[in-house]
Each structure stands twice: as structure tokens, then as C-alpha cells.
Design a protein around this ligand. Structure first.
Ligand SMILES: *Cc1c(COP(=O)(O)O)cnc(C)c1O
Length: 359
């Protein structure tokens, strides 16, 4: 068996320990004689799995009791539509910092009045707009952001001033990468295939008071978040196996020392790469420095052919998925929780050697 360093933006690298545990429990989960894939979602065994996963997540993020945790399916894309179905009554404000925020805005605009509060599209989403004094009005049901922009490599290091309006945030690609204060949000969600688990699960953390019965009449029950919270994510068959893997990742995070420690390690890994980029004569980061993400790091040489050569040669050297998103070009290294420091060190050494050989 040989594993590569996988810099994919998502689905992405998972902790090896977690994969090994899952492999060892594949045929017989804790002596019950079946796989988690084969058990009823109404069984005592699965009930333990989902309850333990929620409890561990609550502990990791210090989620208060007045917040619900919900496990959903359908991708972030289903939430783009589900959020306005549940919460858009009069108006909603959207800050457009990339493709995912823009898609969320478009879904909201299909259903009601969606207002663009700010955008960084003028510079290929390479920065986070100033959100200290946005044109937010009292009749806005919520303000929507995409907190870490997976494609462009930007992150809000300060949350917007929402002028008292509820904050809804897509945290898919930074979820559990460092501590976060859940109480600053009314509704946050993450597709887990970036930093937490396999594709097919979304985790919602929502203030109970924000969840409402007053949803649009066409809202399917499984997209009614208050109802899903009341049913403890078990209104219908949930993505059982994915939730189980998320639970193993939560245990792994606790063993690693929790989110403080994870944040420290992630900041260190990102610094290795950014320090190299900042002194390199060949490679250049594409993001305004103060808005850099510690999860997704895009960079370019400025020469398409050289970028392609880099991607091909890095693959030869055992580093996969370094090709950048088609809208940015160049390269992107996603360095999520499960990417070991050694992987980033290897990438930086490789970049150093590539620079020498190509200048
Ligand atoms: C990947 C990603 C999405 C899209 O997720 P799907 O599960 O494919 O719908 C949305 N938002 C962010 C921040 C992402 O990283």
C-alpha cells in the first residue's frame, strides 16, 4: 500500500487513523456482526453512533444547549436553496466572495428579494470586502456569508458587522480547522467532504430561536430545519455511514488535543507555505495577505505552461490534486486538518527545487 499526499479541495484527505479504524470495523461493528452500512438507522447501535457524534461535536465547539445540531444530506447546494425557503420572508443580504456565495445568492433571488451587500468579484475574489458598515437594513431576515472561500483561498478573519441582523454562514472548508465561537452565528453549516468526512453529509448548527415553522409552503419536510432538528436528523434515513465517519473524525480531533491544537498546527502548516511564497521569485500567492485562508492556498507562476509542468511533476513526486480551480488557474494546495506537516514540508521542498530548475 502506498498513500500519496493528497492536496484535493474536496472530497479531501482524511486522517489515516480514522480510515484504519473504519477498515477494521467494516465487517463487524463492535461485535454486532454487521457493518455500519448494513444496520437500521432506528437501531440502538446507530442511535449510539449519531448521539455520540453529536456529543463529541458539541464538546469540540462548546456548542451551547440553545443551539441545535442537525445532520443533513444534499450538499451545500441544497442548503443554498433551503436557507431562503426557511428564512427569507422579506429580504436577505448576501456578501459575494466567490462562486459558492454567488450560487447561494442566486438560489435566494429565485425565492424572494436578495440584496448584494458587497462583492469582491472585481478582483477575481482575491480579497474579502470591508464589512464594517454594509447597507444592511432592519427588514433583512439574515446576512449570508461564505466564510472560507475554497476556490479563491480567502477567509473572513473578522465577521461582518450585521447591524444586529442574524448571521448565516457557509463554513464548509474551514469547519473544525480552529476554534470558533458558535454563538456569533444564528445558522452555520458545513459540507463535511472538505475538512471532516466523506461527501454526503452536511452539518448544521443553528440557534433554536432562529429555526422557524414559518417556512415557504413548498418546503419539503427534509428541508425544514426546525422539523429536522425536532426529529434529531432522523425524519428519514440519514447518511448513516458518513455520520459514523464524522464521529470517528471528532474522536480523532479530541485525541489530537481539540481545536486549539488543530488551529495551532494548521496555522503552522499554512505559514510554511506562505513564507515560501512570499520570498519566491517564481511562485506568487493570489490572495491579499490579510485575507488568506489557512486551509486553501492558491498560487501561480504567471506562466500557464510552467503551471502545467509543475502540476505534472508534483504528481510524479507523489503529491496529488495540486491543479488550481479553472477560474483561478495555476495551483491550489488544500491543507486540511488531515494533511500532515510532512506533506506541506515536502511540497515546499519540491517548489524550491522546481524554482531552481526553472529559472
Ligand atoms: C465545496 C463547497 C461547496 C459546495 O458543496 P457541495 O456539497 O458540492 O454542494 C459550498 N461551499 C463551500 C465553502 C465549499 O467548499
Amino acid at each position: 500500500m502506498s498513500r500519496v499526499y493528497n492536496f484535493s479541495a474536496g472530497p479531501a484527505v482524511l486522517p489515516e487513523e480514522v480510515l484504519k479504524t473504519a477498515a477494521s470495523e467494516m465487517l463487524d461493528y463492535h461485535g454486532c456482526g454487521m457493518s455500519v452500512m448494513e444496520m437500521s438507522h432506528r437501531s440502538k447501535m446507530f442511535d449510539d453512533i449519531i448521539k455520540t457524534a453529536e456529543a463529541d461535536l458539541r464538546e469540540l465547539l462548546s456548542i451551547p444547549d440553545d443551539y441545535s445540531v442537525i445532520f443533513l444530506q444534499g450538499g451545500a447546494h441544497l442548503l443554498f436553496g433551503g436557507i431562503p425557503m426557511n428564512f427569507l420572508h422579506k429580504k436577505a443580504g448576501y456578501i459575494i466572495t466567490g462562486q459558492w456565495a454567488k450560487k447561494a445568492y442566486k438560489e435566494a433571488a429565485k425565492q424572494g428579494e436578495a440584496v448584494v451587500l458587497a462583492s469582491s468579484e472585481d478582483e477575481t475574489f482575491s480579497y474579502i470586502p470591508d464589512c464594517s458598515d454594509l447597507p444592511i437594513t432592519d427588514d433583512m431576515d439574515y446576512v449570508y456569508i461564505c466564510e472560507n472561500n475554497t476556490i479563491y483561498g480567502t477567509k473572513y478573519h473578522t465577521l461582518p458587522n450585521t447591524k444586529g441582523r442574524p448571521l448565516v454562514s457557509d463554513v464548509s472548508s474551514c469547519f473544525l480547522s480552529e476554534p470558533m465561537d458558535v454563538t456569533k452565528y444564528d445558522f452555520l453549516y458545513a459540507g463535511v467532504q472538505k475538512n471532516v468526512g466523506p461527501a454526503g453529509v452536511q452539518i448544521v448548527i443553528a440557534k433554536k430561536d432562529f429555526l422557524t415553522d414559518d417556512v415557504k409552503p413548498y418546503t419539503p419536510d427534509i428541508m425544514n430545519y426546525k422539523l429536522m432538528a425536532e426529529k434529531e436528523s432522523l425524519l428519514n434515513t440519514p447518511p448513516c455511514y458518513g455520520i459514523y465517519i464524522c464521529g470517528l473524525v471528532f474522536k480523532w480531533l479530541k485525541e489530537m488535543g481539540g481545536l486549539e491544537e488543530m488551529g495551532r498546527r494548521n496555522a503552522e502548516k499554512a505559514k510554511l507555505l506562505y513564507d515560501f511564497l512570499d520570498q519566491s521569485k517564481l511562485f506568487k500567492g493570489t490572495v491579499r495577505k490579510e485575507d488568506r485562508s489557512i486551509m486553501n492556498v492558491p498560487f501561480v507562476t504567471g506562466d500557464k505552461d510552467l503551471d502545467a509542468k509543475f502540476v505534472a511533476e508534483s504528481k510524479e513526486a507523489g503529491m496529488e490534486n495540486l491543479k488550481g480551480h479553472r477560474t483561478v488557474g495555476g495551483m491550489r494546495a488544500s491543507i486540511y486538518n488531515a494533511m500532515p506537516r510532512a506533506g506541506v514540508e515536502k511540497l515546499v521542498e519540491f517548489m524550491e527545487a522546481f524554482e531552481k530548475a526553472n529559472s
